[in-house]
Ligand binder design. Structure first.
Ligand code: GAL
Length: 683
């Protein structure tokens, strides 16, 4: 039976398959005495915790030497949790190898592109391709499955932890060997590889597979296709490692779903989760907010994309923070209400679990200044009171939301990992390009208009979407272009932007000018890229301001409408934003530059009006409130999230409040607050 995209939710605390909203945290009891464990479970019950992620960094305490094991403390913790009605998402404990292993086998340590070893002393110091590491880690995973596979507290397996967080790019000899194997599989022959990598350039021709290396520090720009392939390989190598652990777990405990925590957030690009999402029994994600003007939008965007990866089905928020983290330059705490608002925004986008890093704030170690559910100040603290109130909301007010799926929007925004990788490289027309940021900017513009958009991976089906935004789709193989063309010819409205359709899957430039295989569909052809210096800008004749990039483009189809032209610089008078209508009622729009938030919102408004896409929110709530909808069998759940620091009146919105409002009083959405309304389906 194929498990692709199955959603096997862990069993509930009562042992049944009943849907519930899970609530909990990473639990690291090895940092504490037994007296503290007793207090932990008491407070967990008080806070409504029903799941913990356990054993994540416990390897050194479980396997104390090559052939010595100590499960007694973990047995005790598992029993204690079970006796208190708390379920366990149990880690295979392989995330951070113990000192005895790295001392005996320093050949498992990763190597940077400059040839430096990443020594033990932090965590995740292992090569994804090391056969020695794999042998030891798989032995541990097997021992864990044998020991706890039938423990009544166990509801899910948590493979390793945040695979690739620190060790995604390893340039060691093991990596070189595995990279060659991966390339042989991809290309079959050296001729094919030489063609794909364009090795006629700079005398890079290979005559033997053994000559090929990872893109280590070189005299100048490394071969771009080699760099792109190394990113593909690095993502695949870790995925392959995940599969190896997963297969052991499935063999020994076929009844227990297997997951691993993704890191779908703006600054993490290494793992192609569009591919990984097919391999887990349910999608889990970790998310940490970044301060700044798009803080909340980025949270929403990442949660939305996680839902896209889960194909709209419920997913697990495995980690986020109750308040400050410890790894940003300045670690700002969350203001009152933000703990709950941030958590519920993930639920709004389909999370059926709200978990934090971590349960109890550490007294020692690198993360002792990272917030937790139980802070240093103890249970008599605002954080713990907010934690307990959220536990009540999830367990009581929102219980019926569990298991419901995200209602599809009419608009999709596409994220493409390969384009992301291709534009973050060197030797481009301009540095500082950011595929993810461009997509996020469109998302923010839509939120400002009160329009819901789904963020989806580029392999997601597009049927049912009226509008698709595909920003900076730099890597455009013919089959993806065909897919988009069919979408437009079937009546869909496509919007794409600068630096799209530039190269194929080998990073070879499409001849004839970008957007390559979309030229005809868009009715335009870019003759020359004209990136702008940092700080420089151009005027458009609709009053907008263009930064970052411009294109010297020609209209090649007389039916194309020019929506805006450049009004300054040497491109003055030439088209900047164009639209071509397709025969079946669809259209294809090209935006050749980067617009600031206000101008992008104004453009999005015009486009959406033309496409007939409207906000579901009353006019006065748009921009100030994000609406996200989960759909149950007989009702929809409207999550209204306050995007501002002021309260917002919800007068005029129908629906029965489940949380965030008194059931009878004034419908006012508090600053930094969330309201959930139950709206009968079809109303
Ligand atoms: C995650 C990690 C946790 C903890 C957390 C801190 O990357 O999985 O173990 O380090 O970050 O924010």
């Amino acid at each position: 039976m194929s498990r692709t995209h199955a959603y096997n939710q862990p069993r509930g605390p009562d042992g049944s398959a009943r849907r519930y909203l899970a609530y909990g945290a990473d639990y690291n009891p090895e940092q504490w005495s037994r007296e503290v464990w007793a207090e932990d479970v008491r407070l967990m019950r008080e806070a409504g915790v029903n799941i913990v992620n356990l054993g994540i960094f416990s390897w050194a305490r479980i396997q104390t030497g090559p052939n010595t094991w100590d499960f007694t403390w973990l047995d005790e913790v598992m029993d204690l949790l079970h006796d208190n009605g708390i379920t366990v998402d149990l880690a295979t404990a392989t995330a951070s190898p113990p000192a005895w292993l790295t001392t005996a086998h320093p050949e498992i340590l990763p190597v940077t592109h400059t040839g430096e070893t990443l020594w033990p002393g932090a965590r995740q110091h292992w090569r994804p391709t090391s056969p020695v590491f794999r042998e030891h880690a798989l032995r541990l995973a097997e021992a864990m499955a044998e020991r706890y596979g039938n423990h009544p507290a166990l509801v899910a397996w948590h493979v390793s932890n945040e695979l690739g967080c620190h060790n995604i790019y390893d340039y060691s000899e093991d990596a070189a060997t595995a990279f060659r194997g991966w390339l042989r599989h991809r290309y079959g022959t050296l001729d094919a590889l030489n063609h794909a990598w364009g090795t006629a350039f700079w005398s890079q021709h290979y005559t033997d597979w053994e000559q090929i290396l990872p893109p280590r520090l070189a005299a100048s720009h490394a071969n771009p296709t080699q760099q792109l392939d190394f990113k593909r390989f690095s993502s695949d190598a870790l995925l392959e490692y995940f599969r190896a652990e997963r297969e052991i777990l499935r063999r020994l405990t076929p009844h227990v779903p297997v997951t691993t925590n993704f890191m779908v957030m703006g600054h993490i690009t290494g793992m192609n989760y569009a591919e990984w999402a097919h391999e887990v029994d349910f999608v889990s994600n970790d998310h940490y907010v970044h301060p700044g003007p798009q803080r909340l939008d980025e949270l929403s965007f990442s949660a939305n994309l996680t839902s896209g990866l889960a194909r709209g089905r419920p997913w697990y928020l495995m980690e986020h923070s109750t308040s400050a983290v410890n790894w940003q330059p300045v670690n700002v705490p969350k203001a009152p209400g933000e703990l709950s608002r941030d958590s519920l925004l993930h639920v709004a986008h389909g999370a059926d679990a709200v978990c934090y890093f971590q349960w109890r704030q550490s007294a020692a170690g690198a993360e002792k200044y990272h917030s937790a559910m139980v802070p240093h100040a103890g249970a008599d603290s605002r954080v713990f009171r907010e934690v307990t109130e959220l536990g009540r909301v999830l367990g009581e007010d929102l219980a019926e939301v569990a298991g419901t799926e995200r209602r599809r929007s009419r608009t999709a925004i596409i994220i493409d990992w390969e384009s992301r990788w291709a534009v973050e490289r060197d030797s481009l027309p301009r540095s500082g390009l950011d595929h993810h940021q461009e997509a996020l900017d469109w998302y923010s513009a839509f939120l400002d208009l009160g329009v819901r958009a789904d963020v989806v991976p580029s392999d997601a089906p597009l049927e049912g979407y009226d509008t698709v935004i595909a920003p900076m789709l730099n890597v455009l193989p013919q089959d993806v272009a065909d897919h988009l063309t069919a979408y437009v010819n079937g009546g869909g409205h496509l919007v794409t932007t600068y630096f799209s359709g530039v190269v194929d899957q080998n990073d070879h430039v499409h001849p004839g000018g970008s957007p390559g295989p979309l030229r005809e569909l868009l009715g335009i052809r870019v003759e020359e890229f004209a990136p702008l210096l940092d700080g420089a800008s151009l005027a458009l004749d609709d009053g907008s301001v263009a930064t970052l990039w411009s294109d010297d483009l020609a209209v090649i189809d007389p039916s194309v409408t020019v929506l805006a032209s450049y009004a300054s610089g040497h491109l003055s008078g030439q088209p900047a934003i164009t639209r071509r209508s397709a025969p079946g009622g669809g259209s294809a729009t090209y935006v050749s530059t980067h617009l600031n938030r206000k101008d992008l919102t104004a453009l999005s408004k015009k486009l959406l009006e033309t496409f007939g896409v409207h906000s579901e929110l009353p006019e006065d709530l748009r921009e100030r409130v994000e609406l996200t909808v989960r759909a149950g069998e007989s009702a929809e759940y409207w999550f209204l999230t306050n995007r501002t620091e002021e309260s917002v009146s919800l007068a005029g919105l129908a629906g029965e409040p489940l949380t965030g409002l008194s059931k009878t009083g004034e419908h006012t959405l508090p600053a930094r607050g969330t309201v959930v309304l139950r709206v009968p389906s079809g109303s």
